[in-house]
Design a protein around this ligand. Structure first.
Ligand code: ATP
Length: 233
């Protein structure tokens, strides 16, 4: 049963110069859910994820991640795995060695490397150079990196971007497996089709504001009306 929220934001605002990327965003991500963060290009998805990860500071509003406010990011970040920027992958090293280097740097047990390779279904190609991986395999290696600390919460920015249909199906299976392990997953996409078969909960963003935050089932049954304010000019 979903009872607590892994993430809550209240009136979050972020400006870049005159541009408002996040405009009073209030949303929640239920614990144990796969939550889809959907919105067109430029809606503010990446900026929101970066705010949650403490990579940029909000201009106003508040948020909690795993029960801690954004200012306490050093307390919650060890429990969060993220793939928001392209991961630093050494193309000349194998997928396994890339993970081993990261595990050593992060102080994670080496046994985690084999486990995360299994989870992302890269064990068969783990000895190949990461530079030879397809886009889908690179995405999975990125997810494997995010999984090394065995995080409770996984934040993934457009993990299905550029994947072929089989890659998208593979990604869905992996996300379900991770949810089954008790993790909460927040993933963004600008395509509803990438999220509708996997997300339990959807947050829909339009110009930095949430226009829907609720169950995927209710949104997809079209029983909700989205309130989108007209543009000023
Ligand atoms: P996409 O799917 O294209 O990545 P998005 O929904 O993730 O879009 P953001 O990347 O958060 O949207 O961008 C929201 C708005 O903020 C855009 O207009 C973008 O140009 C602007 N923006 C984001 N980061 C910066 C920055 N560092 N400096 C200036 N403007 C920025």
């Amino acid at each position: 049963m979903m009872s607590m929220n892994a993430i809550e934001t209240h009136g979050l605002i972020k400006h870049f110069g005159k541009r408002t990327a996040v405009d009073g965003l209030t949303m929640s991500v239920p614990e144990g859910s796969i939550t889809g963060f959907i919105g067109p290009n430029g809606a503010g998805k990446t900026t929101t994820l970066r705010l949650l990860l403490g990579l940029v500071r909000p201009d106003a509003g508040s948020a909690t991640v795993l029960g801690h406010s954004l200012t306490e990011f050093e307390r919650y970040l060890p429990r969060v795995g993220a793939l928001v920027e392209a991961p630093a992958v050494y193309p000349g090293l194998s997928g396994r060695t890339n993970l081993e280097v990261l595990a050593r740097l992060g102080g994670h047990p080496r046994s985690r490397v084999g486990e995360v390779l299994e989870t992302v279904e890269l064990s068969d190609r783990a000895r190949d150079r990461a530079g030879t991986y397809s886009l889908g395999m690179k995405q999975r290696l990125g997810v494997a990196m995010a999984l090394l600390p065995d995080p409770e919460l996984l934040i993934l920015d457009e993990p299905a971007n550029g994947l072929d249909p089989l890659g998208i199906i593979g990604m869905r299976g992996m996300l379900r497996l991770l949810r089954g392990q008790g993790k909460t997953i927040l993933l963004s996409s600008h395509l509803l089709g990438e999220l509708e078969h996997v997300a339990d909960w959807l947050v829909m963003l339009h110009e930095g504001k949430s226009v829907y935050c609720g169950t995927a089932r209710e949104l997809l049954s079209q029983r909700v009306e989205l309130v989108i304010e007209p543009e000023d000019d």
